[in-house]
Ligand binder design. Sequence first.
Ligand SMILES: Cc1cc2nc3c(=O)[nH]c(=O)nc-3n(C[C@H](O)[C@H](O)[C@H](O)COP(=O)(O)OP(=O)(O)OC[C@H]3O[C@@H](n4cnc5c(N)ncnc54)[C@H](O)[C@@H]3O)c2cc1C
Length: 402
Amino acid sequence: MLNGSPNPVDVFVAGGGPAGLAAAIAARRHGLSVVLADGAVPPIDKSCGEGLMPDGVEALHQLGIMIPRGEAYPFRGIRFVSDGTQAEAAFPRGPAYGIRRTHLHRIMVNHAAASGVHLLWQTPVTGLHPEGALVAGELVRARWVVGADGASSRVRAWAKLDRHEPDATSDATLNAPQNSPQNAPQNKNLRFGFRRHYRVTPWTDFMELHWGRHCQVYVTPVSHEEVCVALVSSNPQMRLGQRILGQRMEDALGEFPELLTRLKEAEPASSERGAITVTRRFRRVYRGRTVLVGDASGGVDAITGEGLCLAFRQAALLGESLASGDLARYQESHRRLMRRPALMARMMLFMAQHPHLRRRTMRVFQSSPRSFAGMLAMHVGAGSTRDHIASGIALGWDLLKA
Ligand SMILES: Cc1cc2nc3c(=O)[nH]c(=O)nc-3n(C[C@H](O)[C@H](O)[C@H](O)COP(=O)(O)OP(=O)(O)OC[C@H]3O[C@@H](n4cnc5c(N)ncnc54)[C@H](O)[C@@H]3O)c2cc1C
């Protein structure tokens, strides 16, 4: 069953999504032997807005991964569209990419295989063991076990790492089977994301974020003839008893007439796929030999488009810490890495929940493009803390005057 994989091994990775593959690659870069197992079959798809921000592209480069021409669609900035107003800014350095999850997965799998990661697909991890992990019922002895099994991580629960920071969501909520909106119980902090691809020539080289009354829709160009449309909502009216259906794409687009006009003739190029999203931090990301990375280790709301970047950055730091055996250092850096995206998530959700403030902010962004550019720079981690403070003060002042 384990296909002649090395046993014992230095690092065993549970989960072969972007975070698990990145962690495996990072560990190999430090000369460690690595086995990775995932219950699914590649290329693995997932509900995602498919925007890889410039800091995410950079983090991927640092792992030695370049995105080949033709696999992704570059975009140069972000445009907010809300209540009849628009504001846009280019990234201070770029580019960013729209990339189909299946393409990103294939690129990362090939890179992992070429760097010597032993990959096991259709092989679920079934438990932890004092000497490693149980994989399809067999023991893989490992010095380190990396939990990269996504937002509903079972590795996290097995390692008793489920205690989260006070501002976050109950984990019982997130341990619903398959991380699916249909299976998640009620929780006010939880949001639901759906994505669908449409066959249409991108009308812009910006990623667009459309703000609606009950949801946000973002559109990422992913090729010369396709866009990815992702909807994120916490619409309480969609809750039916204990089951939550979320707000579905076709119903939601009615709220965005200009988007509907662009998409109404376009053929859907994929079926709708859903997932939950939430911003939360855990008190600890390791215990003994088990350590978490990516969504398993906490995460930020999908609206930020920063999940992949965080995963890649965490993976690079984890590789160093596994090599030196210092997981306390990883925990420390992990906490630091989460700060900026978590702050951006809070700010964006505040805008989502307060339409009056959003309208004011949009007026400021429209009349003062430097405010929006400053916020975008902070979002993608460009510029110094001093620049961000100056932008924050300028935005606050403009808002007071608006
Ligand atoms: C609607 C939506 C839109 C988003 N848009 C963006 C965006 O535009 N840009 C961005 O950067 N981020 C975005 N994100 C966030 C991004 O998708 C996640 O941060 C990213 O997928 C995290 O990767 P991961 O590898 O940690 O988890 P996952 O991608 O969930 O991978 C986990 C893997 O673990 C495997 N697994 C689970 N359990 C087991 C088990 N027991 N044994 C073996 N394998 C197992 C699964 O099969 C899966 O392959 C979005 C998220 C949502 C929900």
